[in-house]
Design a protein around this ligand. Structure first.
Ligand code: CTP
Ligand code: CA
Length: 224
């Protein structure tokens, strides 16, 4: 029924979706990661495909299967995600940055497994900043391209959450920012989601909740 309500309004459009969570290696067997499952990003890729778009899914450690009918590019680290995204963003009509990108990576990656015997009772990790892909895309706008960012925040209050979102979109410079609340029990492996979308000027343009597919369609309505 939903498919009938939304005809192929993205036919011929090129949509790039990043999804999942990057992992930054510490040594050959360990990494710093995050709890993103990739479900919301995968739902967006699927919805865009169903609405007729040509979809590239840039996937970092998805916990769910990648949908058929989209071009899949698998990446591990933030730097790989950046390279893959910039390579396809140039002629995209829409870029959706749903991936949870590591803000920092270990300054150096150990060649061999880190051993307790060499470290003793404490281990200090030195991390360096990763490039901000969303800010970079937004700093070099392409004519006719819409860039959509995500912000998953732990702020419990609605007004404070919105204030964080408005600050963030002003800093990032993307066209839209999809805000949602996350926590120990909310947001990650769950089938449902609840979002607010703000425009660059800080206005609320959409509020949606429901299945990740319903939320995906509400996000794509921004460009449909
Ligand atoms: N993002 C990105 N590159 C990074 C970090 C984040 O492209 N190195 C993107 C994410 O994919 C997301 C948006 O930026 O679409 C917001 O990510 P978020 O972590 O909420 O924002 P940050 O600017 O990293 O701020 P914070 O300190 O709150 O983590
Ligand atoms: Ca971040």
């Amino acid at each position: 029924a939903l498919a009938a309500l939304r005809p192929r309004d993205l036919a011929g459009r090129r949509v790039v979706v990043t999804a999942g969570g990057t992992r930054e290696p510490l040594d050959p067997v360990r990494f710093l990661g995050n709890r993103s499952s990739g479900r919301q990003g995968v739902a967006i890729a699927e919805a865009a495909r169903d609405r007729g778009a040509e979809v590239v899914l840039i996937a970092a450690h998805l916990e769910v299967p990648a949908p058929p009918g989209v071009e899949l590019r698998e990446v591990a680290t933030a730097q790989e995600l950046r390279t893959a995204t910039l390579a396809v963003a140039a002629d995209a009509d829409v870029v959706v940055m749903a991936a949870a990108v590591a803000d920092y990576r270990p300054e150096s990656v150990a060649e061999a497994k880190i051993k307790k015997e060499q470290q003793g009772d404490e281990l200090t990790l030195r991390l360096v900043r990763n490039p901000d892909i969303l800010a970079e895309l937004s700093a070099h706008p392409a004519a006719g391209r819409t860039v959509i960012g995500f912000a998953a925040e732990t702020e419990p209050g609605d007004e404070a959450l919105l204030a964080l979102g408005r600050d963030k979109i002003a800093r990032k410079g993307c066209d839209f920012l999809v805000l949602n609340r996350v926590g120990w029990t909310e947001g990650f492996a769950t089938p449902d989601n609840s979002i607010v979308i703000v425009s660059r000027g800080g206005d609320i343009v959409t509020e949606a909740s429901g299945s990740k597919r319903q939320v995906a369609d509400a996000i794509l309505d921004l460009v449909g």
